[in-house]
Design a binder for this molecule. Structure first.
Ligand code: ADP
Length: 504
């Protein structure tokens, strides 16, 4: 619309400019003609006065007759132009529209004009009324016309000067019209330039930027598409591997149990079954994530939100992990390559969440903490009021903390995450270069699912890490807090120990 408007304005100004120029050119040619006729008046009045003087001075009647003819030719022309200049005459091409200044100047020379006109008329009459035979008593023509010639000669300089002033005035008025035309043309040109400038600033520049941005977006989208295709390929390889390993472990453990049959000690049987269950859990975890990821595809998951007590839920989640990895308070110390898991969750902390989905988030974060840190290194789980955000450290750091939210954090002392990878960590199929090549198995959908679920529950998730191996990383998310009275306790705590630390 702006573009069309600007083009219309430029076109209208162009047409307007042409009309103004054409009208003024016609006016200027009229001005030139008027000036020519006015200048001719001067010559005609001079011809008139010279002819009158020549008649007076003529040595013989033949010469007199020649000059009378000259007078008779000059006077009508002179009279007609004089009248036409003031009142207009189509045959002479004179408009007769004079400015007040010109009208005043014509009024000033009117007496001179009248005197010259009367004297010339009288002179012609005197010439034409001469008796055919000149008697000695008859006054001579020269004596009769001498006063008229005198009057003409006296009035003529005033008339000529007046006409000069009129010509000069006509010239000035024509010049000022030329100046005005120039000013109008410059003004139109300046407006056109302003419109073109506005066109550049308001249409071309944003359009160029928009086109540039669109091209950049397209290029980025293509790159992202290629990246995603590569990630998907990698995912298929990883998912295959991820599934095969726990299924094989499950199968092997059941096979051992079948082989031992009656010979298996109760303790041995429990251990084998626990391993089999843990492998089954791993398969389920993976399948849940993969199925959810493809089922959701950017859509918000369906949730059943209610008050969930955090402490029992986290303890229940911990129990789903392999005790040989995480440690088990009920097993004798030193029996497993276990690690210290510190739990700092004030009793009576509730969040508004979908319990099953919250469990899924916690399982993913804990599984990662275990997977990407050395065996035996501690893991801290905490919950409470959101900490004031630390600038620039995490993907979502910088958002304001709120008292109506609960922050849950899982901290490990593992490999950590380099700053440059933090931003893309919560995208689909993303695994760190280090881990694609490394021993830790994974599919790159866990954190993506976590983000989708946390955001669907009205929270946000982020990671803080120095990127230094051994200093580890802290994955945190916030969820809306829930008042205890609205609570349906979701799980029965199975960890009897009410203390906040689980130690192997
Ligand atoms: P995966 O199945 O590969 O673990 P996730 O989406 O859970 O998929 O994690 C994505 C990537 O983020 C992982 O492959 C790993 O490179 C990195 N990552 C996740 N958690 C941690 C952690 N606690 N410490 C270090 N790196 C981690």
């Amino acid at each position: 619309m702006r573009y069309a408007l600007a083009l219309t304005i430029i076109a209208v100004l162009g047409i307007l400019g042409q009309i103004v120029v054409q009208v003024n050119i016609q006016q200027l040619s009229r001005d030139t003609h008027v000036i020519d006729v006015a200048a001719l008046q001067r010559t005609l009045s001079e011809r008139l006065s010279k002819a009158a003087l020549a008649i007076l001075m003529a040595p013989d009647s033949a010469t007199q007759s020649t000059y009378v003819d000259e007078l008779l030719s000059a006077v009508p022309q002179w009279e007609q132009s004089h009248l036409a200049l003031q009142q207009g005459d189509a045959t002479l091409g004179l408009p007769g529209h004079n400015s007040p200044a010109v009208v005043r100047l014509f009024a000033q020379i009117a007496p001179n004009f009248n005197v010259m006109q009367d004297a010339a008329t009288k002179l012609v009459v005197a010439y034409e009324t001469q008796p055919p035979v000149v008697l000695p008593t008859t006054p001579t023509l020269a004596s009769r016309i001498a006063p008229d010639v005198h009057q003409i000669l006296v009035a003529e300089p005033g008339f000529v000067n007046g006409m000069d002033a009129i010509v000069a005035q006509y010239q000035r008025e024509a010049d000022s019209r030329v100046n005005q035309l120039q000013v109008t043309e410059w003004t139109l040109l300046a407006i056109e330039l302003v419109v073109i400038l506005l066109l550049v600033l308001l249409v071309f520049r944003p359009a160029t930027r928009y086109v540039g941005q669109s091209i950049t977006d397209l290029v980025l989208a293509r790159e992202r598409e290629h990246e995603l295709a590569a990630l998907k390929d990698q995912f298929i390889v990883d998912a295959n591997h991820e599934l095969r390993t726990p299924i094989m472990a499950l199968y092997n453990n059941l096979e051992i149990l079948a082989a031992l049959n009656e010979r298996a000690q109760p303790e041995q049987r429990t251990r084998i079954l626990e391993r089999a269950l843990s492998s089954g859990n791993a398969v389920l975890r993976l399948l849940n994530n993969v199925l959810d990821t493809s089922a959701l595809e950017g859509k918000a998951p369906r949730l059943e939100l209610r008050g969930v007590a955090l402490d029992p839920l986290i303890r229940a989640v911990l129990e789903t992990f392999d005790p040989s990895e995480i440690g088990d308070p009920e097993m004798p110390s030193g029996q497993f390559a276990a690690r210290t898991v510190t739990l700092q969750v004030p009793a009576g902390t509730f969040v508004r969440a979908d319990e099953a989905r919250l469990r899924q988030i916690l399982i993913n974060l804990l599984a990662n903490a275990l997977k990407y840190s050395a065996p035996g290194s501690p893991i801290d789980i905490s919950a409470g009021a959101p900490a004031p955000p630390r600038r620039g450290r995490g993907a979502h750091a910088g958002a304001a903390a709120s008292a109506e939210q609960v922050q849950i954090s899982v901290r490990d002392r593992g490999l950590g995450i380099p700053q440059r990878d933090v931003a893309k960590l919560f995208e689909r199929f993303v695994r760190l270069e280090r881990d694609i090549a490394g021993p830790a198995r994974g599919t790159g959908v866990g954190l993506y699912m976590c983000r989708m679920l946390v955001e669907a529950m009205g929270g946000r998730i982020w990671v803080e890490s120095s990127g230094v191996p051994g200093e580890g990383s802290t994955f945190s998310f916030v969820l809306p807090a829930s008042p205890p009275e609205a609570v349906l306790i979701p799980v029965t705590p199975t960890v009897a120990d009410a203390s906040s630390t689980l130690t192997s």
